[in-house]
Write a new protein. Sequence first.
Lengths: 184, 169, 412
Amino acid sequence: MTQIITKPNVVEAPEGISGEGYFLTSLDKAVGLARKNSLWPLPFATSCCGIEFMATMAATYDLARFGSERLSFSPRQSDLLMVMGTIAKKMTPVLREVYIQMAEPKWVIAVGACASSGGIFDTYSVLQGIDRIIPVDVYVPGCPPRPEQIISGILKIQDLVGNESLRRRNSEAYNELLGKYNIE
Amino acid sequence: MYQINQERDNLVISKLTNQFGDAILDHELLTDMLCLTVQKGSLQNIMLFLHNDHELQYNFLTSLCGAHYPETNRLGVIYHLHSFANNHRIRIKTSTELEKPYISTITSIWPAANWQERETYDFFGIIFDGHPNLKRILNVDEMTSFPLRKDFPLEDQTREDKDDSMFGR
Amino acid sequence: MVQKKFNTGYWAKDIVSTEEPKEYNTLNVGPTHPATHGVFQNVMLMDGEFIVSTEQTIGYIHRAFEKIAEHRPFYQITPLTDRLNYCSAPLNNMGWHMTVEKLLGIETPKRVDYLRIIVMELARIADHLICNTVIGVDSGALTGFTYLFQDREFIYEIYEEICGSRLTTNMGRIGGFERNFSPKAWEKIRHFLKSYPKNLKEFENLLMRNRIFMDRTINVGAFSAERALAYGFTGPNLRACGVDYDVRVMNPYSSYNEFEFDVPIGQSGDTYDRFMVRQEEMWQSLRIIEQAVAKLDQMDDKETYFAPDPRFVLPPKEKVYNNMEALIWHFKIVMGETDIPPGEVYHSIEAANGELGFYLVSDGGRTPSRLHFRRPCFIYYQAYPEMVIGNMLSDAVLTMSSMNVIAGELDA
């Protein structure tokens, strides 16, 4: 605990050709590298998982190590929507609106059993998984998941972000996906 | 394990029966708490009496909740009162027909009853006469049924992904 | 008595001229807003920066606990209580177990009572710790949060040693605990008792006499004792208004009457008082835990951790594997196939936010026929408009966080 790290970790460079004074790689990879290590999460915390997210952000687990220390409470300036906790049917239009307001490119992570599938609350008032209203990239199981699991979910998202093609958001398939959820 | 204050219980019963007579339908000791069943017509007066009487002083409304009795086709409201001065709790019960679910409000005595009555309306459809703002509180406004009645199913009926054969039903 | 520094209400009148008819703005705060710490919506009518009226909407995470409870065996309701006030889940668990024990007439051994008290007071510290550090965060002091959260992590570690889970603990069983505390758990509890006071003191030094913090909180969101009682306040929020009501003292449960502790009260019921009452309660909780540990050390019995009631205590594992009857009995308990005698009971405990009550009606079946949770948050949050009207928006944010409204408990 008292060990002080003096040498910062630097992310590895993507594949490319390097020589004296220059480095060549594809634009996709360079952009992916930048994006994945500076995700701005929007914590949409409704219940218990939100408290575990607080633990993830706090000193012991420290999500900032993965380049996500800047929480963005405005959907307009965020890349990653983290839905943590139960989404009741009353909340559904709010969540949808938040997702629509986010600027492309955007990713969604469903933290916890409730956000993924409704969890133990199989009732008339709870939405049975947020993937019924918005597309989800990564699901984190657990009720609530431990901070390690949430971090693992973020790392999975980073893999997706780093390897995403620049043209994906303009593709036919992506529009079709959004069309399924009636999002323009 | 728990204390029963027989003396106080008897005092409450005698005072209330003196004052209201037939409006007190029944009284019994359930586990550790005196439980009085009263007529819904005199509910507001009984509550006011319990609140204002200098000897009883039930100044604190601990909780208010509804209940559905399908076998008698009635809806009930259960009040828990607490007297801080005497450290004594009592339970008051009243009920109404399912078809005419009207009960007078006690928000004028305890503002704390405001949301609890709204919640009871939301869950059971009991209409509290004289409530300042009786509308749904937890569920969406568009809802038409009352979910905590026994005939209302727990699970969402619009679900299609649950295959009964896989859940053993 | 602390003197009034400035009264924002008069300020409003002085600045905005009152001659012409006023134009008010409507401001929507929530349901997801960084300042609300949960999902509540407030539609506020604003006169400049001052609140004229506010309309609350709740129910954004209504999960129908009471409806689910009518369909679950008594055992399986414990996980539901976890999710009421998720900042202090063990408190709710213990409250629920005690309710069922009251209905069944199970008398718990003294050792179980003391073990429960240790767990409950740890949970109270964990809850107050979140609330008070978040008041700090909302008034611009993030330091306390990042430092004290490490102690909360340590409490989580103790929970893990006791029951294997961090946040939603599902701790204990009807009649006691599922297993005895491990030596590691005792080691950690003792370590916590030593290490925490130092950190708490440091946190107090940061905020308690801090000029900025005092200016931000004193006389903000003040509430009188009469109104608080009428609105059904309980717990630290009521005590901050000056009423010394504590369920642990008024209706002692789980052998609390054998313990020596003070009930702190405030004077004006403002944000600063609420902060201070919670702060003092953490010290008192530490005191109670110390006494409980000392009492347990003196006890010769180190093995009892459940009431000897065969209806709810799982038979030992060796017997389950080798004996048919034990296996059947194990199955019956785990599947919740134990009939509960008919009866009605109300039991309340002093949870972190106030009186957490369980009104349980059993008709003799395997599930409750009615279970009502008296959630302290739900009852006192309705006084919020009365507390913030006339104040500034930034003060309303602090008032909200000092009331410690937990969405899971509010909406149930």
